[in-house]
Design a protein around this ligand. Structure first.
Ligand SMILES: CC(C)(COP(=O)(O)OP(=O)(O)OC[C@H]1O[C@@H](n2cnc3c(N)ncnc32)[C@H](O)[C@@H]1OP(=O)(O)O)[C@@H](O)C(=O)NCCC(=O)NCCS
Length: 236
C-alpha cells in the first residue's frame, strides 16, 4: 500500500524537516503501541525513570511516524542498519532519527533523505578540552582554543551536537572517526566545513541548530542545500 501522507520532496530545494520536541516527564499514554521487542528492552532498564523515558520516547516516535504515514502506530516495523541506525522497514521514503537526553527527546522526520539529530544537556564537562583535543579535527580544536574561556562549554557542545548529528545522518554513529570531518563552532553559522579534506563534500551538507529549552542544545544534519525546520511539540 503506498504511503498516503508522505509527499515527495521536490529536488533542488532545502530539506523540509519536522523537528518534534518530546518532553519525557509526563504520562506515557503511548506505552501500549510498543512492539514486544521494545517492551522487552523497556523491561531491562534497571531504573523506573529510565524505563518511563524509553517508553515515552519510543511511544511518541511510533505515534508521530504512524500519523505521518496514516498507519496505526503499533503496526510499524523497524529495522536497523549495519551500525544500528533504525529505519522504517516498509516505508524507506520516510526518514527519521531520534535523540534523547535526560527528560527530553527530539525526533527529526523528513522525506528528503537520511537525517541525523542530536540533543545534549549543555552542562560543563570537566574534561571537554581533553575530549576535544583527543577526538576533534585540527580546525575544530583550534576554533575551540580561540574561544574565550566563558564560551568554551557552549562551543564544545555546538561542535559535539553538529558532529553527532552528521554521524547519525550517515548512520555510523561514533564508530566513525570524529577527526575526519570539520563542523563550525560558531553560534551563527552551522555547517560542515570539510569531509576527509574535501570542502565541496562538506558543502553538500546542511546543519541547523535546534532551539530547545535550557539546558538543552542540539543540531540536525542532512545532505541538502539547506534546512527548513518545522518545530513541533509532542503531543501536538
Ligand atoms: C548512535 C549513537 C551516536 C547515539 O549516541 P547517544 O548520544 O548516546 O544517543 P542519542 O540519544 O543521540 O541517540 C540514540 C538514538 O539514535 C538512534 N541510533 C542508534 N544507532 C544509530 C546510528 N548508528 N545512527 C543513527 N542513529 C542511531 C536510535 O534511535 C537511538 O535511540 P534508542 O537508543 O532509544 O533506540 C551512539 O550510540 C553510537 O555511536 N553508537 C555506536 C554505533 C556502533 O558502533 N554500532 C555498532 C553496533 S550495532
Amino acid at each position: 500500500m503506498p504511503d498516503r501522507r508522505v509527499p515527495a520532496d521536490p529536488a533542488g530545494r532545502p530539506a523540509s524537516v519536522d523537528l518534534w520536541v518530546i518532553p519525557l516527564t509526563g504520562a506515557t499514554p503511548a506505552a501500549d503501541v510498543l512492539s514486544p521487542t521494545e517492551r522487552e528492552r523497556a523491561a531491562r532498564f534497571r531504573f523506573d525513570r529510565d524505563r518511563a523515558r524509553y517508553v515515552a520516547a519510543h511511544g511518541a516516535m511510533r505515534c508521530i511516524l504512524g500519523d505521518a504515514l496514516g498507519r496505526p502506530p503499533a503496526s510499524l516495523a523497524f529495522e536497523v542498519g549495519p551500525l544500528g541506525k533504525p529505519a522504517l522497514a516498509d516505508h524507506p521514503a520516510l526518514h527519521f532519527n531520534l535523540s534523547h537526553s535526560r527528560d527530553l527527546a527530539v525526533l527529526a522526520v523528513t522525506t528528503h533523505g537520511p537525517v541525523g539529530v542530536d540533543v545534549e544537556a549543555a552542562l560543563p564537562i570537566p574534561d571537554s578540552v581533553a575530549v576535544a583535543e583527543a577526538n576533534f579535527s585540527p580546525a575544530e580544536r583550534a576554533a575551540l582554543r580561540r574561544l574565550p574561556e566563558a564560551e568554551r562549554v557552549a562551543g564544545f557542545h555546538r561542535l559535539w551536537t553538529r558532529k553527532e548529528a552528521y554521524l547519525k545522518a550517515i548512520g555510523t554513529g561514533l564508530s566513525h572517526a570524529l577527526d575526519r570531518f570539520t563542523v563550525t563552532s560558531d553560534a551563527a553559522a552551522a555547517r560542515v566545513v570539510e569531509i576527509d579534506g574535501d570542502a565541496a563534500a562538506g558543502a553538500r551538507w546542511a546543519v541547523a541548530p535546534l532551539v530547545l529549552p535550557s539546558p538543552f542544545v542540539g543540531a540536525v544534519a542532512i545532505r541538502a542545500e539547506g534546512i527548513v525546520l518545522r518545530p513541533q511539540i509532542w503531543p501536538a
